[in-house]
Write a protein that binds this ligand. Sequence first.
Ligand code: NAD
Ligand code: MG
Length: 502
Amino acid sequence: MTSAPTTAVQSISSGVTDFLSRPVQHLIGGASVASASGESFATFNPCDSNELTQVAMGETEDIDRAVRAARQALGGPWAKMSPSDRSKILWRVGDLIEQRSEEFAVLEALDSGKPLTYARLVDIPLSADWFRYMAGWPTKLEGTTIPVSAVATPGNYFAYTVREPVGVVGAVIAWNFPLLLAAWKLSPALATGNTVVLKPAEQTPLTAALLGEVLRDAGVPDGVVNIVHGYGHTAGAALAAHPGVDKISFTGSTEVGREIISAARGNLKKVTLELGGKSPNVIFDDADIDAAIAGAANAIFFNQGEACEAGSRLYVQSKVYDRVVEGVAEIASELNVGNSLDPDTQIGPMVSKKQLDTVLGYLESGRVDGARAVVGGRQKGEAGYFVEPTVLVDTTPEMKVVREEIFGPVVTVASFDDPDDIVRMANDTDYGLAAGVWTSDVSKAHNIAAQFRAGTVWINSYHILDPALPFGGYKQSGWGREHGAAVLDAYTETKTVILNKG
Ligand code: NAD
Ligand code: MG
């Protein structure tokens, strides 16, 4: 006799069970296909390290087929479609994500370990929203007319610009927001008329595969979006180096970002990069302290700290330091760490054994360097890859835990007195993705925001991301901006046309 199903298992719908009963295939030229080699790999549930299903393992040959399909689709119905029809398709993608949101949410929670509650509230609706926001752009991709002076007969010349798609876009993404990151790449690439080869993270291929079904059902023509699964050093590297790819859009670690740049050298393909961060979050003593405490906890613990923009370095003005540390530690100790499908779970496991080991390695290095965990500091349980939400104090600026991205539920805290010092401390990092500041003094907030070397600054808030708001990194956090009107530059070429009126 089998034991009674747990609450967690009961919430898996027949759609999800069905999806997991088949191996995940690549999507190439509109067809669901196995790898040329016939090889596959497993994707796991990080809550219990059980295999969820097998996934086609793409390598050079599969990437090659996908790039050829994308190249061919550039000259097909996609190019001839009116901007308004392209818009309608993108809007429909948003609708279909919403219609199948429960399947998406459960697959995302199973594959990545993120709490189902947050997948339902954040990842899935935002992904739908991204497609809808970008659906507005195809009909608004305008050029300009430009007066000409540097010729003998300026009046004879008429000059204008048009925006054209870059061509075939290779998209390589991380595992922390699998569907949302796919939406961040695909929605602007498609809105601007490109075709795409997407390489999802090998840890979390499932929702990208389901998105492939949705794109087909929404009417995206065959070959416009191709999805090749596989590892980074094989499939990812082959895509980054491929001479038939015009642009790579990458989200992942700074280290791999450098490899992408090297691989892109061959044909000088365009590159945009969304990389890591070690973002400062600064609390002044004149802030609404209860709001700042809740905000600081959310800044680091949302998505188990597996967020590129996480507020992982907390700086607190000395007068309120003890109160803030105590408050954040109290929240950390009360967070429900558990199975991602349990509706009460707030913190799921790290995505993989490797990520668990990385985070535990940082905790050990913090201990050795003299940092003290006020709360947490250890692995939680033995099954799965759980880490206790951790608050580290007694930190110094040169410690590894303060300098390097941990990408787990671990925040370092330090105090400051002088507002001039805090800008220097906050900017003392190789990264520059985001920053937070908590104060009730409006002038101070804007002054500090102006001095942060970071792509996004949140004032009395954190983690506010929106399809309309440009997002990206200063320094080693990346190249270029995603979202809003700013992303259009990353996916288009500007052509200048000059007419001699005769
Ligand atoms: P990673 O760089 O190891 O992997 C990211 C992707 O790159 C995966 O799809 C992987 O298969 C692929 N890849 C790995 N090696 C490759 C290679 N040599 N050539 C081509 N592709 C390769 O990163 P990760 O550990 O999976 O993700 C965590 C990192 O991503 C963190 O540093 C985090 O800050 C960053 N991140 C940034 C953002 C952002 O928007 N700025 C968002 C999410 C994650
Ligand atoms: Mg997985």
